[in-house]
Ligand binder design. Structure first.
Ligand code: NAD
Length: 277
């Protein structure tokens, strides 16, 4: 596998552009799956408290023998733990489960605007960064107005905004907002959760032209847009396939055809209405 490039963050750090997502990876399989990814050259893992597999990620890190400085581990604060004190405690719990003394990136998982706690929660993340428990801090599923509020309250711009983003839901406006504010965009469910999109005739044609698979074409599209991706798989051959995307390039006509696949179809919840309770 060729080297995975990095994306620069607004806090002077950088993040590997490709990682492994572990949502819905069963707890008892996580150490094996993440270990396989490390063997294949992955250095970035995206987990969350709510995935209930942080222990497995930590076990794989310990078993790999790789120094933490060569890895990039993200976890996320669950909605029920929003609020200043609860957020700091939740990060300590995640660090204990991961068996790490810091995470590379800590995210507020959802804004839950109706609950009114994300500004205080963001203040806790700023504190966690000052304390060295999170090297970078960011948000997930935040809308422009949510980001504006936390920046107004603290002056601290999130390093990343992790949002649902795939060819069926391309998030042009939110991407432009992030870019204008120096925020890196991470694409969650980059493969549209492996559904019917992978069988799309246009993607298959583009894949055939490059001698690649539709999954590789989609991941390459994210990378060429400057997005950070972490496709999920528990299958070693697919984990390898998903990383073999740095030895070809989509051309302008490929990119234009993929742009046409945008139907504005969300697969996950709407951040405007998801509530903590
Ligand atoms: P995904 O788009 O990564 O799709 C994963 C599915 O695609 C797999 O279960 C498998 O069925 C299939 N797949 C994977 N590789 C394939 C290949 N090469 N060929 C064919 N099929 C393949 O979906 P996801 O897991 O929802 O998203 C990735 C990661 O994003 C998650 O694991 C998690 O880390 C993150 N995420 C974050 C949020 C959030 O709210 N912040 C929400 C959802 C997901």
């Amino acid at each position: 596998m060729s080297t995975i490039p990095s994306v620069s963050l607004n806090d002077g750090r950088s993040i590997p552009q490709l990682g492994l997502g572990v949502w819905q990876t069963p707890a008892e399989e996580t150490a094996r799956v993440v270990g396989t990814a490390f063997e294949l050259g992955y250095r970035h893992v995206d987990t969350a408290a709510i995935y209930r597999n942080e222990e497995g990620v930590g076990q794989a890190v310990a078993a790999s023998g790789l120094p933490h400085g060569e890895l990039f581990i993200t976890t996320k604060l669950w909605n029920a733990d929003q609020g200043y004190d609860r957020a700091l405690k939740a990060l300590d719990t995640s660090l204990r489960k991961l068996a790490l003394d810091y995470v590379d990136l800590y995210l507020i998982h959802w804004p839950c605007p109706a609950d009114g706690k994300f500004v205080d929660t963001w203040k806790a993340l700023v504190r966690a960064r000052e304390d060295g428990k999170a090297r970078s801090i960011g948000v997930s599923n935040f809308r422009p107005q949510d980001i504006d509020r936390i920046v107004e309250a603290t002056g601290v711009v999130p390093a990343v905004n992790q949002i649902e983003l795939h060819p069926l839901f391309q998030q042009k406006e939110l991407r432009a907002y992030d870019t204008a504010h120096g925020i890196a965009t991470e694409s969650w469910s980059p493969l549209a959760q492996g559904g019917e999109l992978l069988g799309d005739a246009r993607l298959r044609e583009i894949a055939g032209k490059h001698g690649k698979t539709p999954a590789q074409v989609i991941l390459r599209w994210h990378v060429q847009l400057g997005l950070v991706v972490f496709p999920k798989s528990v299958t070693p051959s697919r984990i390898a396939e998903n990383a073999a995307i740095f030895d070809f390039a989509l051309d302008g006509s490929d990119l234009a055809r993929i742009a046409e696949l945008d139907v504005g179809r969300r697969l996950g919840p709407d951040p405007a209405t998801l509530q903590a309770g």
